[in-house]
Design a protein around this ligand. Sequence first.
Ligand SMILES: *Cc1c(COP(=O)(O)O)cnc(C)c1O
Length: 410
Amino acid sequence: MDERGRKLSDPVGFRGSGEALPTPCYLVDEALVEENLKILKGVTDRTGARILLAQKAFSMYALYPLIGRYLCGATASGLYEARLCAEEMAGPLGTQGRRVENHIFSPAYKESEFGEVLEYCDTIVFNSWRQAERFGACAKEAGKSVGLRINPECSTQEGHAVYDPCAPGSRLGVTREAFEEALGPEGRAGQGDRLGLLDGLHFHTLCEQDSDALEKTLDAVEEKFGGYLPRMKWINFGGGHHITRPGYDIPRLERCIRRMQDRYGLTVYLEPGEAVALNAGYLVTEVLEIVHNGIDTVIVDASAACHMPDVLEMPYRPPLRGSGLPGEKAYTCRIGGPTCLAGDIIGDYSFDRPPQEGDRLVFEDMAIYSMVKNNTFNGMPLPAIGLRGKDGTCRIRKEFGYGEFKGRLS
Ligand SMILES: *Cc1c(COP(=O)(O)O)cnc(C)c1O
């Protein structure tokens, strides 16, 4: 299909012409992404902090040229994300004469992949001293910047152990104890070669949090690792900063950035994922059927399990355009997907009148952690990917079929 896609009308209020948007369909709004990017660029302009897209949250590479104009680059959690950045953001389209940074972090690199990692990335972050020693020298020889992920052992969130890299027993990041043990009996005084391997320290401990949690985390970072910071060139604050959420305390974030710049002369990196495409996309679905069993369950052609897995993993109830909380409007119902999983439930909502077969239901905030995590469990089709351009017209960029299901099986 033509890469620029067909021009489509959409019966849910998105302007366009021609045929209707197919369902299910992720529809990302370019203007809303750009609004987020402007907020992030503001932080860079005021502080000099370098902001990277964490691709694991949002890898819609059609927008990488736009993202590359506002941010300093991207970070990868795996080899293919690193390659995608190299191809779509760092390539001739995205750069516009500027260097786009390509960072990567992995709990463990594979020997067989590391050569390719070196090809794409300019900054490589390791998760242990063992990994840093195994791969670090060759990264340095290739002219790369080398970092180590630390664990400041400072949990700032409750209830979400699965999203807390500071939870007891975490495999993510080096604790102070392990850090100092590796430096040997001389400790700080000896510092020696190992520390000389590092250009920077990286931590990632937040999840959908405000800058007060960052401030508290920096206290822990300084308390535990402050002695090593003057030896570093950069510090990476990771992701989880909900910078583009209304009400986020940006001045406090900027004080945190300046604190590390002023005290230690460090270049500060941030690598938000969510914040880049927060509230900037939809999942457009169609009502197929309503099942009555004590509660009415509206079945749509999108699945929580397949197409919005974070609804079940976090878990959370995604916003649904035109709906209310259960009981708030005249008709309350549950919305579920078409898979065999009993728990394939998107959430409970209320409406002014019952949805009808063929109605469109539009779930909001569906740009992030959606298309990067979807799957074809139960033989479900993958949603199409559409882009609503700045002129308001919707275009389908890609549609998927049976081939994507069969192609991953043998
Ligand atoms: C997940 C992750 C991010 C991005 O997190 P968001 O919550 O999407 O902002 C950044 N860095 C690392 C190392 C991560 O694992």
